[in-house]
Design a protein around this ligand. Sequence first.
Ligand code: NA7
Length: 536
Amino acid sequence: MSGSERTVDAVIVGAGFAGLYQLYRFRELGLTARVFEAAPDVGGTWYWNRYPGARCDVESMSYSYSFSPELEQEWTWTEKYPPQPEILRYLNHVADRFELREDITFSTKVTGATWDDGAKRWTVTTDGGETVTARYVVMATGSLSVPKDPEVPGIERFQGKIYRTADWPHEGVDFTGLRLGVIGTGSSGIQVIPLVAGQAADTTVFQRTPNFTLPAGNRLLTDAEIAERKANYREWREAQRRSGFGVPVPVAEKSAFEVSEEERNATYQAAWDQGSLMPILTAFTDSITAQAANDTAAEFVRGKIREIVENPEVAEKLCPTTYPIGIKRPCLDTDYYATFNKDNVHLVDLRQTPLAEFTDRGIRTAEREYEFDAIILATGFDAITGALTAIDIRGRDGVRLTDKWSDGPRSYLGLAVAGFPNLFTITGPLSPSVLSNMVVSIEQHVDFVTQAVTHLRDNGYAALDANVQAEGAWVAHVDEVAHYTLYPTADTYYNGANVPGKPRVFLAYAGGVGTYREHCEQVAAKGYEGFDFIPA
Ligand code: NA7
């Protein structure tokens, strides 16, 4: 394709859950579309994150497309929580079943997209030298797709092997007999550590912030469970769409202090035993809005950590104390805390002895040097905005997205950016994105975009552009809703705190996917209120 130019109706960036579905919907409209995908195959995040233990912590029969009842019936998930290889097989199946591959250019990154006000089209460039013009551009680039390394010098000096959870070798890695260091204790670290620590001769975990994690209770699904969900998928999907997080849970009716301590702890114990994130976070009406209520749940989990981890000093290091439970992304695990009972597993608290540098033999902290044969980096992502700001996107009057967002992202509905007509951001900043079951949010966004494009065509418009007032009101609303919760109180990737220099803005809409969906439906019903239309 090098050096070639072509014209399509739509360019879609990314071939994960979002890009595949957007392609499917655009084809239904009869649009020509070209998908560019950096990886050599479909899958997005599930293509890259192949580390041992990689698994979604939304249940498999909820973390799947709802748009095709036939697909729902013919695909059978095997485990309660889907492992990465199974999700990737599913996405490959979807790509094949709906014959999507022919419109996807793999191993190609989009480098730039520039709006041409005269032609009312985007010009999209790729690292393969291709130039494509398109009426619409859909960024299906994912919320957690730009990995970040730890911000300490010397990584190139290390003589052993470095592995990143977010870019794991396809052939796998055998750590048998090796001295292993792991940096990072988010979801990825918490999933990989128990498995690699069972293999390596000696494992040292470098923890900057301890995380709350609950036992996943993962297991094979029974035939009866599968049959029941397949029989009731429609009702289940509707419940997902109207729920808070895209995962239906009973709505709490009481404050944590309207029940006795005994009843409260029994509720938390039941949540712990259920092997799911939601029950403990939604146990009471004030679980994630009031510090004192949240403290009761946090203390329950800290009690569990102290029960499981035999060495009291290690247990205290593993206990999160600096932020409320559920406010930094909590995790589900298999044997995470118990892993620290092994003689050959060690925990280094980076709050006490910060990372200083990589050396040729390993890692030096403020206190000492540790020698390793291999190091795993599970150090997270430039979340939510990173994949968008990595592309040179220029809207009307040549305004760069990175300049417009220099103080934090501005977006209408998390879907559209004023001054960037016909550019859509699936699960973009200021949408529910990372605070939701991604597949539910993706389907809702893609459907919104597809209907908006239909509206443009039916009414003879070339483009729509969010207006600045509507965008400003949405930015203010997202901030207000966030401040109704405890979310802004913690340093997290939700507010950019994990990337030095990133503006501190709460990056997701915290009002719930059901409320958000209703809002979007009203916007559409009112003729796309908040958008300006550009005639053809
Ligand atoms: P996360 O959740 O962002 O976790 C990254 C971890 O790496 C976290 O413990 C970080 O500590 C740690 N980290 C990052 N930078 C450093 C440096 N410089 N030094 C030491 N430690 C560092 O990413 P994951 O991949 O685990 O999970 C991402 C999402 O995937 C997850 O939320 C689920 O949605 C699935 P910190 O907490 O910032 O102090």
